[in-house]
Design a protein around this ligand. Structure first.
Ligand code: PLP
Length: 450
């Protein structure tokens, strides 16, 4: 077993990687040299890979482990749960832990959003929200409202629904025939010539929300169910909403009876310094999708928080009839719910959203100090996230970012790369020194790659 292996390099050499098909990865690149990328253990803010290199987790895994790894409170809660109620279905019966979690999530959400439907991932949360939106309109006499409006560069997971409203071309082009009908997209808000090196929210770009008026005029409001956007685009590389942009989207949606969905799978549960980015930005959507940080990423969980009116619209028809024929075998899994309670306890007791707010100026200053380093063409930051955009290399698309990512795995830093960007979302429990050290390693990696 893993515990008996002391020579981790030997383990890596023994692994047969052939049957493994890696998600969102160059499989050929991975399999050519898997040991740097093969994680053996993790504790606190660090992974240890098969070469025995200790890596600072600069991206909290996939933006999902703000408390770091092996947090004792979560380990304890999950262990206790598996012994008392390891599983209960969520169809017709329910686990008490899960019911309590719904109450807790509703309390954390913006006022009016107080009905919580559980799923197991961001992708499932998004597909659930889209179905709720379509069902809501049908039940309220607006059955023609079936279109969804997403946004270029948006990422809403990889289900057919989320893919259709998503706007990352590489994720879509192979599957065009499977697209949900009638989806349109807002333009993205990124313009390097207007906003490079903006600190926090860019001043330019609010007017791009008016494109929604154009799209509504083209299709007619009576055909549109919902607009879905990430308040801050994460997977596209930390694209921060221009000042006033989301406010304007909200106004236009309200004016035309269109539901506004914030996909807070990355921003939910503290990443921007508040429970939800909706609260930080003072813009309240009609539904919020969440996943990732609710359980500190250690057991999959996702879900949708809806306005009470949306829920109430479903409570019609014969009183014993199932109102929403949707759900997953593992919706609100008790193990995930237990992990979530422990995670939320720690966020609360240690005021970690406050800590994110306190660390944000340091994060901003450290990352913006990379301006002027070779090939750095933009730095973006928001909450405890940042991205460094590099000029493309002659070696091909993403190759500069990829080579920095790979060099990081040898020099003690795990990060995300996407397109020409390197993206960072360190654990909330990071010390100031760890953030400084992360940026120091990054600076060296950027110089070495020049
Ligand atoms: N929505 C957003 C905004 C995301 O960032 C992600 C994942 O990164 C998803 C949805 C999909 O989540 P999952 O990978 O859990 O399906």
């Amino acid at each position: 077993t893993m515990d008996q292996v002391t020579d981790t390099g030997a383990l890596a050499r023994q692994l047969n990687v052939d049957p493994y098909w890696a998600p969102f990865t160059s499989n050929r690149r991975f399999k050519a040299d898997p040991s740097d990328r093969t994680m053996i253990s993790a504790e606190g803010c660090y992974f240890t890979n098969a070469n025995g290199v200790k890596l600072f987790d600069g991206s909290s895994g996939l933006w999902c482990t703000p408390l770091g790894h092996s947090h004792p409170r979560i380990v304890e809660a999950v262990t206790k749960q598996v012994r008392s109620l390891d599983y209960a279905p969520s169809f017709q019966v329910a686990s008490a832990t899960t019911i309590q979690l719904a109450e807790r999530v509703a309390e954390m959400a913006p006022e009016g959003l107080n009905r919580v439907f559980f799923a197991n991932s961001g992708s499932e949360a998004v597909d659930t929200a889209l179905k709720i939106a379509m069902g809501y309109h049908r039940l309220t006499g607006n059955a023609t409202r079936t279109r969804f409006i997403g946004r270029e560069k948006g990422y809403h997971g990889v289900g057919f629904g989320g893919m259709s409203v998503g706007g990352i071309v590489a994720n879509r082009k192979m599957f065009a025939p499977g697209m949900v009908n009638g989806v349109d997209h807002l333009p993205h808000t990124y313009d390097q010539s207007k906003m490079a090196f903006s600190k926090g929210q860019p001043a330019w770009g609010a007017h791009l929300a008016d494109e929604l008026e154009r799209i509504v005029a083209l299709h007619d409001a009576s055909t549109i169910a919902a607009v879905i956007v990430e308040p801050m685009q994460g997977s596209a590389g930390v694209i921060v909403p221009p000042i006033g942009y989301l406010e304007r989207l909200r106004e236009i949606c309200t004016k035309h009876g269109i539901l506004l969905i914030f996909d807070e799978v990355i921003t939910g549960f503290g990443r921007t310094g508040w429970a939800f980015a909706a609260q930080r930005l003072g813009v309240v959507p009609d539904m919020i999708t969440f996943a990732k940080a609710i359980t500190n990423g250690i057991i999959p969980m996702g879900g949708v928080i809806a306005r009470q009116e949306i829920y109430e619209a479903f409570m019609s028809g014969p009183p014993a009839a199932i109102e929403f024929c949707h759900g997953y075998t593992y919706s609100g899994h008790p193990m995930a719910a237990a992990a979530a309670h422990a995670t939320l306890d720690v966020y609360e007791e240690e005021d970690l959203f406050g800590r994110v707010r306190a660390l944000e100026p340091l994060m901003e200053a450290e990352f913006h100090s990379l301006k002027g380093e070779p090939n750095v063409v933009d730095v973006r930051n928001f909450g405890l996230t940042a991205a460094v955009e590099l000029s493309p290399s002659a070696a091909g698309p993403s190759m500069r970012a990829l080579s920095i990512f790979e060099a990081g795995l040898k020099q003690g830093l795990y990060m995300r790369y996407t397109g020409e960007s390197l993206a960072f979302s360190p654990p909330f429990i990071s010390t100031e020194q760890q953030i400084k050290d992360m940026v120091a390693i990054l600076r060296k990696l950027i110089r070495d790659a020049a």
